[in-house]
Design a protein around this ligand. Structure first.
Ligand SMILES: [Zn+2]
Length: 122
């Protein structure tokens, strides 16, 4: 169940149903998700969020979409983000994060090589 109620234009405050939309039809202002904060206060706890899956869907109560019809590609909680956060915020060395960086480099090399072959760049 999502606690998102609708979309609201940040500029003119017109409201729209939850749908794939990023700007207002009338003023081209950005639209933002609005929530039922009373229901969130009553039903959502930190423990409930932490007990969710290790993916983006842990926050499905706050996403403006239907969880049952969504496509899950396992986004979120990647080791690379943890590695970058450790280097930037916690003073870890790049060498201590060698495994996630090596995985990223291998992934980039493979996808670049495949792109060269598939798109016949010369
Ligand atoms: Zn507007």
């Amino acid at each position: 169940m999502t606690y998102a109620t609708n979309l609201r234009c940040r500029e003119c405050h017109r409201e729209y149903p939850l749908e794939a939309r990023h700007v207002c039809d009338f003023c081209f202002g950005p639209v933002e998700v609005t929530y039922d904060y009373d229901a969130i206060r009553r039903n959502i706890t930190r423990q409930r969020i932490e007990s969710g899956p290790a993916s983006l869907w842990r926050y499905s109560d706050f996403l403006p979409c239907d969880r049952e019809t969504a496509v899950d590609i396992g986004a979120g909680f990647t080791p690379l983000i943890r590695a970058l956060r450790a280097v930037m915020l916690e003073g870890a060395t790049l060498w201590s994060q060698a495994v996630p960086i090596a995985i990223l480099l291998a992934y980039a090399t493979v996808t670049f090589t495949l792109a060269l072959k598939l798109f016949r760049w010369q």
